[in-house]
Design a protein around this ligand. Sequence first.
Ligand code: C2E
Ligand code: MG
Ligand code: MG
Length: 584
Amino acid sequence: MSVIKRKYICKKDEEERFGLTQSELKALLHALDQSLLVAIFDREGVYQYVNSKFCEVSQYGKRELLGKDQSILDSGCHSKKFLEKMWRTIISGNTWKGELRNRRKGGSFFWVGTTITPFLNGRKPDQYLMIQTDITKYKMAEERARYLTQYDPLTGIPNRTQFNDFLTHALAEAEKHQQSMAILVLDLDRFKMTNDRLGHTIGDQVLEMVAGRLRKCLREIDLVARMGGDEFAILLPDISKDQDLILLTERIFNTLEHPFQIESHEIMIKGSFGISSYPNDGEDAETLLKNAELAMYDAKKEGKGRARFYVPQLHKRLHQTLKIETALSHAIELEELELYYQPLVSLRTGEIVGMEALLRWDRPGIGLISPEEFIPIAEETGLILPIGEWVLKTACEQNRVWQGNGHVALTIAVNVSSLQFEQEDFVEMVALVIKETCLEAHSLKLEMTESLFLKNTERIIERLHRLKDMGLKLSIDDFGTGYSSLGYLKRFPIDSLKIDRSFINGIAENEDDAVLAKTIIALAHNLRLDVIAEGIETEEQLIFLQEHQCDIGQGYLFSRPVPSENAGTLLTKKSYRRKETKYW
Ligand code: C2E
Ligand code: MG
Ligand code: MG
């Protein structure tokens, strides 16, 4: 019989002393066995009693433990000082409480929250009762949490926090030893598209592989971290010559050149790099990182797959962008926005069948600003959402006016940015605008760029179907500039595609453009899609497109985009088909 039972259970008078019956005691012991590790050891630390929970957690049998020294479970993790203090406490008759990391028979570790109480038998304690709870799970979660504050769980490399700590430390060292250093910020280009097209599992693998490749091409003293999403940062301490920095940057750059082979996919990844150096481009961590990021954004703007060194002028440019941003945020309320309209002409009949609404910003003191300049900023800041809604409303109202004037079949084409389309309530917003403006849905055509379709997620397809079911017309804008194949378009409920004007530009002279345009028209017709050609400027281009049965044309040859009153006048002309023109 165990020590506990011998000591406390057997005698009837003991029963009375504890106020417990035999069966209650049994239940109590059973409960203890379920939840707590209990052991009794003597003053030498030799086990005299262990309960079943103790055996279960430590993986030792009772016999393997009884009579053995406590150190059998020692993990070697606690310092001599720690253990000495524990023993001093209990030998002097006090209770010790703390956490112990022990080793199981199988070698793995477990954590126990521990209370050791001495049995005071006269002067000196000769036995100790140890009660423990298994806190391994909690400790592991705690360790994981600690790891996560320092490392990126996906790639296993340091995260932003650790990067910042290292950077601060490295800067102090550089200052002390009068050394230069650099940081490089890398953002993968179009990574979101890879993610959307191939799924997150593959996207994650790409990130892991990028981290691996970056690590491989760095020196021992360099540090690469994942700053979040598809952004990485590299710390390059002790770089004294510009030449070394350029060489190292080239190596990092080249490491991404080779395609990433994942499952059956061969993925090409490019990155935009921004570089800043200490002490020239900043003397503290925050400034250096900010400047490297600024240079990286500049590299992205210039076209992808580039590296840029920080130069102070970048701040000026950023400042300008900020100014545009602030002014743009007030543009709607100050009524500085205006819609211009450009006719869409049937190439068969010469009649205006629609108008495309094109946004203009009349900025006081500056004049008309092209959408190409401010729409990217509006997209970056989210201002495109209220602006886009205003455009849609204004264009629909305008079309109602024109239809009321007798142009009943006129379609209004409105450009929609991906960001707008991806809003949860986009379809509802369009439905409301149609309802409020009393426009028939089939008189509204939404133009979306190819990049949206490349995402090809269920959500996007479902949304397109809902718009289509409402009766709207849907068109792909700037077709040919992305990577979509025509076959791919079968999945989308669209009505038309618009060949990008860069192809139309060359059709009369450039054989490649001509072949491309012809092929797009023929294949699109096969898919029962209407084809629109934008940017028609010359008669030759028009004739070519007519010969190849392009359905609709748009371009300076017919009219530039004009304010609504002028567009109204164009409509009253009814047709571009005049007797004297040879092309109709
Ligand atoms: P887009 O939708 O492809 O519009 C056609 C652009 O080509 C217009 O430029 C138009 O003025 C121009 N264009 C038309 N015919 C010719 C031509 O014969 N030759 C040349 N060289 N250009 C021609 P715009 O108005 O500057 O608009 C540029 C882009 O800005 C639009 O391209 C569209 O993507 C975007 N955009 C315009 N308005 C809006 C809007 O309300 N919302 C959104 N999200 N984007 C808009
Ligand atoms: Mg358009
Ligand atoms: Mg276009």
